[in-house]
Design a protein around this ligand. Structure first.
Ligand code: ADP
Length: 200
């Protein structure tokens, strides 16, 4: 059984995924895979460099993600181009990872992704778990974690589904607006439920 785990930036996806991993779940992070498919030597990186020039590459030939992010958040057409170039490749690579993990010993597999619905990865899952926090908490935790400006956080949030849209599409919810113990208690209850469903 593959369960999508989604939530906006800074909602706590990685933190919640780790809680499930400690309970025995396998997981793959779509952000890691998105980095994998633009590594040096990958066709997606060549396509990006051809379109945007060497200004989006670091001296060692790897992708300068900050430089690319700056260009695409200022330009919706470029964002669309990049999504069309990368999302199918990410999905393809995710399928490979998921197959491998499904063949392993874990009772179920989590696909952790901020853009589960936005990039069509929801076609790969059977259920969806939404990590939910109030938007003020999301902003505060993101600013405390990342060296980004409040404007950048707003731009990223605006490019993602709204809290209400995300909640209306998920089957299950973790309320991560409280402390970590409160989150872990919910993860424990859901883990029991997922084990049952995976055996059914
Ligand atoms: P995401 O993966 O969704 O972007 P993270 O899991 O990295 O979010 O969480 C964002 C930040 O908030 C991190 O610094 C994390 O340590 C912190 N955090 C996550 N959950 C909680 C919580 N329940 N209480 C306090 N801080 C939290």
């Amino acid at each position: 059984m593959i369960i999508g785990l989604t939530g906006g930036i800074g909602s706590g996806k990685s933190t919640v995924a780790l809680a499930f991993a400690e309970l025995g779940a396998a997981w793959v992070d779509a952000d890691d895979v998105a980095r994998e498919i633009v590594a040096p030597g990958e066709p997606a990186l060549a396509a990006i460099a051809e379109r945007h020039g060497r200004g989006v590459l670091k001296a060692d030939g790897s992708l300068d993600r900050a430089a690319l992010r700056e260009r695409i958040f200022a330009d919706p057409a470029e964002r669309k181009w990049l999504e069309e170039e990368t999302h199918p490749r990410v999905r393809e690579r995710l399928v490979e990872h998921l197959k491998r993990l499904e063949a392993g010993p874990a009772p179920y597999v989590l696909l952790v992704s901020p853009l589960l619905f936005e990039s069509g990865q929801d076609a790969l899952i059977e259920r969806c778990l939404v990590v939910d926090v109030p938007e003020a908490t999301q902003r505060a935790r993101t600013l405390a974690r990342d060296g980004v400006s409040p404007e950048q956080v707003e731009a990223i949030m605006a490019a993602q589904l709204s809290r209400r849209q995300r909640l209306s599409r998920g089957c299950d919810v973790v309320d991560n607006g409280g402390d970590r113990a409160f989150m872990r208690a919910q993860a424990g209850a859901l883990d029991a439920c997922y084990r049952l469903l995976a055996r059914a």
